[in-house]
Design a protein around this ligand. Sequence first.
Ligand code: PLP
Length: 473
Amino acid sequence: MDNKEFRKNAHELVDWMADYFEQVEDYPIKPDLQPGDILAQLPDSAPEQGEPFEAMFEDFKKTIMPGMTHWESPHFMGYFPANKSYPSVLAEMLTATLGAQCMSWLTSPAATELEEQVMEWVRKLIGLPDPFTGVIEGTASTSTLCALLMAREQVTDFEVNESGFSGDQDYIVYCSSETHSSIEKDVKIAGFGRKNLRKIPVDENYAMDPAALEEAIREDLEDGNKPTAVVATIGTTGSTAIDPLKEIGPLCSKYEIFLHVDAAYAGTALLLPEKRWMNKGIEHADSFVFNPHKWMFTNFDCSAFYVQDEALLVRTFEILPEYLKTPEDERVKNYRDWGIPLGRRFRALKLWFVIRSFGIKGLQDKIRGHISLAQQLTATIEQHDDFELLAPVPLNTICFRFHPNHIDDEKKLDELNSKLLNNIQQDGTLFLTHTKLDGKYTVRIVLGNTNLEERHVDKAWNVIKEKAFELIQ
Ligand SMILES: *Cc1c(COP(=O)(O)O)cnc(C)c1O
């Protein structure tokens, strides 16, 4: 492909992209496929000779597109959204075009300094106090791993970095039983060992019970273990429960335990002053993560990781071989020392474009709109005799189930709701997912897509009711 062809193909793609955004809600939201169906259409080996762009693009439309699940559709209400927006997609085009590898200041001063400033903007937007400094990581899983590694090095005075875990001392990490699975994965990777992860019970709202946390810490101290880190969640993945930082924070300070806050999804709601109560006690936290790539209209990947002690973070990760030394090292941030990978994409650009394009007000309006649509649907579900809410709805994730009056057997209700979800998925007009809350099969609906409007929510509720009542006819 030469420059002339690139220009022509790129224009064609941009038209395709704009059409896609316009038409996405008319696509079947998820393909009707069996595992291996796409694989069977792909050649066993790579082509010997180069092929024209037209051939690739044709195959993309013919083979790949029918196998895609459309996260961009406003009827995608499963998991948590992986949002995007026009300014974000445009920035990704520029990032790909520049192709800069932004591991240190020298390798692209503008990328480093823009990241520094945009993270500062975001810090103020979500009301994080002054000592916090931010960096963009790939995912919340990685950010939390960084936090646990910082905790590990702090508690062992950098001994594990030096000699590895040794001796019989057990280092303990605490989270709630509703915490995201990435915490357990990170505990394994960081070398703490899964048996040293304590899952603290939750209250009736699925938030961590601080009294149970303190009891667990005391028990560990009595057993000669070393309480090392607590991971509190703002907005659990199951039901967006909010762990009480204002009680957990002082406990961590009292027992000198590293506190990491995982607000991967719900952190975006902190853009709204009326939601800042969720973050009360944040000054006790050592680190905080939220993902603009979930609800803040910024393409995956973009995870905003904040720490109070920049020196601890850098000392945990810094390695300086001769070939990476630069004359400015003393005066600049070299983000390669702020996390795990050496290489870094220019991710600040899309966040900058998003914030400038929407403006603070535009972002707030969208998020408020989502929450308000969710509150309306929550009221509708609550008032319906044959549906019930299974958790509070502080934001825009609704946990509910179909519960016809004449059925009270829990096992039957689980089966009924699992069938309901299955039939909704088969239908292809709506994408929902499930969880288990207090052992109950729970249907989850998340109203956070960039282009969500009231009519999409109305349609979703109609599909849910239709599929539900079909089951008991
Ligand atoms: C989505 C989510 C994660 C994982 O996020 P990744 O960026 O995909 O690693 C972690 N914690 C919570 C609470 C989440 O909702």
